[in-house]
Design a protein around this ligand. Structure first.
Ligand code: PEP
Ligand code: MN
Length: 338
């Protein structure tokens, strides 16, 4: 249920409503608008009717049901866009956020060279997997903690923020020690234990859509993170499985305006996994910005031909620089800066 407060309701009335919500066994989630405060009540669906009684409290305008199954992620509970703050960086604000780097952290030389190059081209976040969720158990699984240390070194050298994937609940604390943003990947959309654990730590999460996950399922999966009290969730469309085989996945750019309609969370696009080939990455990056994405995550490798994972879809630094130049007019047309 949502408790809609009257315009400019005073703080003591808001506090009293919160107290009552808690007394009824629900968790209140506050959303402060310019004029009105909305309080989402989340908890056992069966106790819902009892919340209706809050309508008699001073300052309450109405108590209405949240129609979407993804409660806290929905625009019903929070009409205004969420800006996720990563230190001094904002994701979901006027400035687009560009994350770039290799699929996997492979060596000090590789990550330092990539970090310097993507920073020079205008990226503000360095990506790189230290724990890799690979389709084959025999494929390179990542450098693990050594990879995290190398990312921290690249951050110290460049000032870039770090986004890196966590694949199991037991590793969340370790990865959160190093990462500015935890990445949860396409293969873990139904790893509810991992989603809950990521909800418990106070780190922003880049949560990528599963390759066979519908938009509504995706938002309910994101809800697992929000429901634990972590509202700093960044969504990312990265391509879905279709009958098409000419590309690795089908980048579902429809998801951008649909997600923007249904949720207040920022939405990035990953044209690297979405296409699976470096040749198509820049075109889809332009498209992503044009249709309203809040930024991109792009794979860049100094020597894609030697990459231990996803070399075919990785851009050389010079091509990434060109991508940054080519998205500029699209950013301007969308009313965003880079
Ligand atoms: C990645 O970012 O390298 C990755 C594994 O992404 P996804 O989870 O989208 O496949
Ligand atoms: Mn990859």
């Amino acid at each position: 249920m949502i408790v809609v407060m009257k315009a400019h309701a005073p703080e003591d009335e808001i506090a009293e409503v919160i107290r009552k919500i808690e007394e009824l066994g629900f968790r209140p989630h506050l959303s402060r608008g310019e004029v009105r405060t909305i309080i989402g009540c989340v908890g056992d669906e069966r106790g819902k009717p009892r919340l209706q009684s809050l309508e008699v409290l001073p300052g309450v305008e109405s108590v209405v049901p949240i129609l979407q199954p993804f409660k806290l992620a929905s625009r019903e509970v929070k009409p205004a866009n969420t800006i996720v703050r990563v230190g001094d960086l904002e994701v979901g604000g006027e400035r687009l956020c560009i994350m770039a780097g290799p699929c996997s952290v492979e060596s000090e030389e590789q990550i330092m060279a990539t970090a310097a190059a993507v920073r020079e081209a205008g990226a503000t976040v360095l990506r790189g997997g230290a724990f890799k969720p690979r389709t084959s158990p025999y494929a390179f699984q990542g450098l693990e903690e050594e990879g995290l240390r190398l990312l921290a070194k690249a951050r110290a050298a460049t000032g870039l923020k770090i986004v890196t994937e966590v694949v199991k609940p037991e590793d969340v604390d370790l990865v959160a020690e190093y990462a500015d943003i935890l990445q949860i990947g396409a293969r873990n959309n139904q790893n509810f234990a991992l989603l809950k654990r990521a909800g418990e730590v106070k780190r922003p999460v880049l949560f990528k859509r599963g390759m066979a996950t519908t938009i509504r399922e995706y938002l309910q999966a994101a809800e697992y993170i929000l429901a634990e009290g972590n509202y700093a969730v960044i969504l990312c469309e990265r391509g879905i499985r279709t009958f098409e085989t000419a590309t690795r996945f089908t980048l579902d750019l429809n998801a951008v305006p649909v997600l923007k309609d249904l949720t207040h969370l920022p939405v990035l696009v990953d044209p690297s996994h979405g296409t699976g080939h470096w040749k198509y990455v820049t075109a889809m990056a332009r498209g992503a910005i044009a249709c309203g994405a809040d930024g991109l995550i792009v794979e860049v490798h100094p020597k894609p031909e030697e990459a231990m994972s996803d070399g075919v879809q990785s851009l050389k630094p010079a091509v990434f620089k060109q991508l940054m130049a080519e998205i500029k007019p699209f950013a301007a047309a969308a009313g965003r800066s880079l």
